[in-house]
Each structure stands twice: as C-alpha cells, then as structure tokens.
Design a protein around this ligand. Structure first.
Ligand code: ZN
Length: 69
C-alpha cells in the first residue's frame, strides 16, 4: 500500500480548500478507516484505492504507552 504522502507527490491525491485529502481522479474526499500500528488507512469511496496515512510524531509514544491514560 502506498502512503498518502507519496500519492500527493505523485498527484494522485490532493487537498481541497479545507485541507481534506481528496482523490484527484474522482474528486472525492477520502474516507478514514481503522487506525493500526502505523497510522490510518484512507480510501477513495469511488474508485476504492487505498493509502496509508502515517503519523510519525505520535506513533512512537502512543505505541510505547498504549492505552495507559
Ligand atoms: Zn478515486
């Protein structure tokens, strides 16, 4: 699965005026799916392509502390 960042650089995914991620081919805002260890899975509801969205700054600490709080 490609990352959202790579898709943005490739021009496959863009952002709209509210900075939501959109599929450039379909013009559809991406759906957000379950969070896993590396981030969120985002998909286009029209063409079904899926990308992973990694949150680098939060992953390490969240993984280490779990749901302690
Ligand atoms: Zn699409």
């Amino acid at each position: 699965m490609n990352s959202v960042e790579r898709a943005i650089r490739a021009g496959v995914v863009g952002t709209d005026t509210e900075e939501r991620l959109v599929c450039q081919d379909c013009g559809m805002p991406l759906e957000t799916h379950d969070h896993d260890r590396v981030g969120w899975r985002r998909s286009c509801p029209n063409c079904g392509r899926m990308w992973k969205q990694v949150h680098e700054t939060e992953t390490a600490t969240r993984t280490a502390t779990g749901d302690a709080e």
